[in-house]
Design a protein around this ligand. Structure first.
Ligand code: DGJ
Length: 720
């Protein structure tokens, strides 16, 4: 039993793995966030608020209660999770307990991406039913605790049980009040080509936060934050992780107050959201996943990795080794024809590559990025035999064939736009702001969604496509829809996401064998929402190996290696101009879904030999990389080196990777201390034959040979 209710203390105890989460019902009936952290043997925590000293009488008591879902009621002046405008026009609601249910397993969230169970024994769910008597608004708070990790998935369902319309103006997915004010906030900031850079800052007495108002989770901020103790490191100390399973505008807000507590809320961004609820209608928020790590950031990340890899990603590719691919983007950009592509494919076949991906430029008259999005018809000048012809040739060489699409977009210079100028997001009378000379199709409209499903399906069902790269290269500007009435225009941003999720659900379930990879100007929409439909994401357009150390390290704070596209590209690198060796580029790329992004036909014989050996290695270890336990060992943000390791799911092998960014003279020997091994087990280094105890590898460490700038070292140690 993972969830217990004590009628005497009116507490709910959610307990699994090393985690407890306790909800108490206040005498008034509102749920309080009594505890979240290391597992407890008793949830008798009523004393925490009963014995709480009363403060000055001029400040409402509500300001010091730990709230489960704060609405500002009774004078809680901290960050609200929810505000509903009722018939009177005010936004005051007081949600009180009515009933609860405890269910085995986890109900799905219709229309939204979410974590799931395959067997009801994997989790239990608490549904807390609350009601605001005056407005007739009802709220159902849902909490699922997963047995394996103690991760808690939360979402909220609103119902208008009154006779009058009401409007949600703020509807967060979760809120927590942690005791203490000396917390630090970790988040992942970025921009194009520098996505998911970790930043750690003190939580102020006041408010801080991260958000997206882009209509996509975006390059700038990831829908993730963690609260950590100041002393927490990668391998020690407490950490509380918050991840939103959503791909659109979001907000995460946190602040500490005078009463020794810190609140964090996460969910839809109220700046881009209101929702009209007619009598009888319901609204469900996206899911938030809360993960407690007792032993440093790695312990939190490993729980996110295992949950997202196995119970967020779906489909046949979830557990299938991902193919080694070559993508023609940085090899040719728009300047290709069938011969050029086949030269790459021929070399790829010799090297053991398994999938060829044709990127942007195969349709309409798209020879630059200023036209043709929306016209998904092959360009016969470039590909006289059509996609079918090319696909046949690629298959004949023994490779799978993948194709790039950007289905959510339309170029003003396209047949689609000329036929349907009202199909893009726009506000009548205002300039339609173009980015990369393109506009965004209005996926809040059913007819537009249908067009996308039909256009993409027509190609997938006739052209022998095994893989799709689903790109999205700009963010929202004038986010209006031609079909919605004025009182619903602020719903466009979320309705767009619901439309996109419907489209993705339909296409991915219609083509279950196809491997889908999402992309957004690199990693501008790398979030759990997308991973529910597409199990891998292009990490970044920055393909420089040294930059990739940071990108892969930062991304791994939340996301598993099996979700990260990682390619070897040409030198000098197209983004940084840096030259690194083929060996280093390969060793960095093997930490994700490995591939190439360069003109293979131009490689030297020496580079071909290095790449071939690397491809052979990847095929041997990809099960460990993609399904194993990933641990960050040395941070590239802290100095001039980086290291990480992958431990096989059954513990039988460890792959340790060390990278030197800039070397220094006269340096002492580097010892790389591994983690998570069995202390008394013996591990053989496959290169040297030397055998070590696990305790020795973890305590004294592995000697890393002296290294030069931009170099790498990969060790495989197999348990005996
Ligand atoms: C942005 C992607 O991140 C690139 O990999 C490439 O597919 C281009 N779009 C194509 O336009």
């Amino acid at each position: 039993m993972l969830i217990t209710y004590s009628a005497s203390s009116r507490t709910f105890h959610l307990a699994a793995a090393d985690v407890s989460y306790v909800i108490g019902l206040h005498d008034k009936g509102f749920p309080m966030n009594l505890y979240w952290g290391a597992r407890l043997t008793s949830a008798d925590l009523g004393y925490l608020w009963e014995d709480c000293p009363l403060g000055a009488s001029f400040d409402p008591q509500a300001n010091r209660y730990p709230m489960e879902y704060p609405t500002g009621a009774w004078g809680d002046h901290r960050i609200p999770a929810c505000r509903i405008q009722g018939a009177y026009g005010d936004v005051v609601t007081q949600f009180l307990y009515v009933s609860h249910e405890i269910l085995p397993g986890k109900p799905s969230l219709p229309g939204l991406p979410a974590t799931y169970v395959e067997d009801p024994s994997e989790a239990e769910t608490l549904l807390l039913n609350l009601e605001d008597a005056l407005t007739g608004a009802k709220v159902q708070l849902s909490y699922t605790i997963f047995a394996a990790t103690g991760a808690i998935a939360r979402s909220v369902r609103f119902e208008n049980a009154s006779q009058e319309p009401m409007r949600l103006v703020e509807a967060a997915s979760a809120s927590v009040d942690l005791f203490g004010t000396d917390w630090e906030l970790l988040h992942l900031w970025g921009g194009w080509a520098i996505e998911r850079t970790p930043q750690r800052l003190p939580i102020p007495r006041g408010e801080t936060g991260i958000s997206s108002r882009r209509g996509a989770s975006g390059h700038e901020h990831n829908p993730f934050a963690a609260l950590l103790r100041p002393e927490t490191t990668e391998s020690q100390g407490e950490v509380y992780g918050f991840s939103l399973v959503y791909s659109g505008s979001f907000a995460i807000r946190a602040g500490a107050n005078a009463y020794e507590s810190t609140r964090l809320t996460l969910g839809l961004n109220p700046a881009d959201f209101t929702w009209l609820l007619e009598p009888g209608e319901t609204f469900v928020t996206p899911e938030a996943v809360l993960v407690y790590g007792a032993q440093g950031l790695n312990s939190m990340s490993q729980k996110f990795h295992s949950l997202y890899r196995s119970r967020l990603c779906r489909g046949v590719w979830r557990d299938t080794p991902r193919p080694v691919l070559v993508n023609n983007w940085e090899a040719t950009y728009f300047g290709f024809d069938e011969d050029k592509l086949m030269a790459i494919v021929d070399r790829a076949a010799e090297m053991g590559i398994e999938l060829f991906v044709l990127d942007d430029g195969w349709f309409g008259v798209r020879n630059t990025d200023n036209c043709s999005l929306g016209d998904w018809v092959v360009n016969k000048k470039k590909l006289p035999n059509g996609l079918e012809g090319l696909s046949k040739k690629v298959h004949a060489k023994g490779l799978k064939f993948g194709l790039w699409f950007e289905p959510e977009m339309v170029s003003p210079d396209s047949d689609l736009y000329r036929a349907h100028p009202d199909w893009c997001l726009h506000v009548p009378g205002r300039e339609r702001t173009e980015c990369r000379q393109q506009l965004i199709l209005d996926l809040s409209r059913e007819d537009v969604c249908r067009y996308i499903v039909d256009a993409v399906s027509a190609i997938l069902s006739t052209c022998g496509i095994d893989y799709v790269k689903w790109d999205m290269n700009r963010n929202f500007t004038e986010a209006g829809s031609a079909l919605l009435p004025p009182q619903r225009q602020r719903e466009v941003s979320h309705r767009y996401m619901l439309g996109l999720y419907r489209v993705l659900e339909e296409i991915t379930s219609r083509f279950p064998q196809v491997l889908f990879e999402s992309c957004s100007g690199g990693g501008g929409r790398f979030d759990p929402g997308m991973l529910y439909y597409m199990p891998q994401t292009w990490t970044s357009d920055d393909t420089d190996a040294m930059e990739r150390l940071k990108l892969q390290y930062g991304t791994s704070i939340v996301y598993p290696a099996s979700s990260m596209g990682a390619h070897v590209s040409a030198v000098p690198n197209h983004q940084t101009g840096r030259t690194t060796s083929m060996q280093t580029r390969c060793d960095v790329a093997l930490g994700g879904n490995y591939g190439y992004e360069l003109d293979l036909s131009k490689l030297s014989a020496e580079d071909v030999a290095t790449a071939k050996a690397s491809i052979a290695l990847v095929k041997e270890i990809r099960g460990i990389v993609q399904q194993g336990t990933f641990t960050r060992l040395v941070s590239p943000f802290a100095g001039n080196s980086a290291a990480w390791q992958f431990l096989a799911p059954d513990g039988s092998e460890v792959v340790a990777c060390y990278f030197s960014v800039l070397s220094s003279p006269n340096r002492s020997v580097i010892r790389l201390r591994l983690q998570g091994l069995e202390p008394q087990r013996r591990y053989r280094d496959l290169a040297t034959g030397r055998v070590y105890d696990g305790s020795v590898l973890m305590g004294a460490g592995l000697i890393v040979p002296a290294m030069q700038d931009f170099s790498s070292y990969v060790a495989r140690l197999r348990a005996e």
